[in-house]
Design a protein around this ligand. Sequence first.
Ligand code: CAA
Length: 258
Amino acid sequence: MSDSLVRTETRDRVGIITLDRPDALNALNSQLMADLDSAARAMDNDPDIGCIVITGSQKAFAAGADIKEMQPKDFAQVHYEDFITDDWEAIAHLRTPTIAAVAGHALGGGCELAMMCDLIIAADNAKFGQPEIKLGTIPGMGGTQRLTRAVGKAKAMEMCLTGRTMKAEEAERAGLVAQVVAADELMDRVLETAGTIAGMSLPAVMACKEAVNRAEETTLAEGVRFERRSFHATFAFEDRAEGMAAFNEKREPHWKHR
Ligand code: CAA
């Protein structure tokens, strides 16, 4: 079996997955996506991991789906053999919170992979874009949908139709990224945020993530009803009792489920 195209490590309840295909600027081929999928699922099932960070290199988070792998395929192969399978969407379905730590190019499938994460923290050298139109195709890993939800129709349409890239500062202003940080501080700053999340009660974090994500998939009335039921359900959590008791007793909470 070939070497994995991702590296994994765990630091203080934070799982870190590094895309590791530097010669191709982390272009997403079938092997890399299978390696990412199995690493992410293993971390999602690990109760000692409270936040998952996905990152690349200083030069590229990922420069898109692998054009060399795609180029010879015809319609029958991509459609019936299902190129870009549900497994390529796995990151969007993890229960553990995920952060994309993005430096350099996040293009095409790379931008789409970052947007599958719960939040994006970008280095000041990050560039986001959906350049598929320049290849005579369109985004295929959710770009037309998630970018539109993140930045609105005007900018999403402009980026998808012209292929222009968006620098980190514009991406923050547009709502695509949560924070922009100096490139050489990216992982330190990401690990601060990831550590904060991983230090919360895991059932509460999972319920919160699920409720926020529901906002992208349903009507306001349904979303508010879903949130209220989830809020009620947190009253079954031991950690909810502990969190409120700790506040009233003026002490730090001791989470049972982290
Ligand atoms: N697929 C395959 N290989 C890629 C790649 C990709 N998406 N992006 C870069 N590479 C490879 C290059 O072919 C090159 O390999 P060789 O040395 O073997 O020639 C190597 O990575 C380095 O790339 P460059 O020499 O081009 O590096 P650069 O610094 O001059 O340019 C770049 C960087 C602007 C990101 C440029 O590589 C580029 O434009 N890449 C393609 C970006 C793109 O079009 N992405 C969308 C892909 S389609 C897609 O993602 C569909 C979808 O939604 C699922």
